[in-house]
Design a protein. Structure first.
Length: 115
């Protein structure tokens, strides 16, 4: 099983980034996919989630209206489009696959929002 995130980096406030998470080794289309983030000195928090079919999404209040989660089951990939980025969005972003008691994590990708 592998979840490989990409797309992180340094961006100025107000800018945009698109994170990708490529999955392999499990039946991607049957898993809920989630993005978490963890800032220095803080607990890991759930940012966004998308159902297995992509028909349902949920977002943390802190990012509603700015971030969009999506998935392409044909490509076994989940995305996080991040717009209007703020310094407080700085964190390591992790991809997560969840189904009942099964759960997998990626290694994380750093997002830094700074001028």
């Amino acid at each position: 099983v592998q979840l490989v995130e990409s797309g992180g980096g340094l961006v100025q406030p107000g800018g945009s980034l698109r994170l990708s998470c490529a999955a392999s080794g499990f039946t991607f289309s049957s898993y809920v996919m989630r993005w978490f983030r963890q800032a220095p000195g803080k607990e890991r928090e759930l940012v966004a989630a998308i159902s297995s079919t992509g028909g349902s999404t949920n977002y943390a209040d802190s990012i509603k209206g700015r971030f969009t989660i999506s998935r392409d089951n044909a490509k076994n990939t989940v995305y996080l489009q991040m717009n209007s980025l703020k310094p407080e969005d700085t964190a390591v972003y992790y991809c997560n696959a969840y189904k009942f008691k099964m759960e997998y994590w990626g290694q994380g990708t750093q997002v830094t929002v700074s001028s």
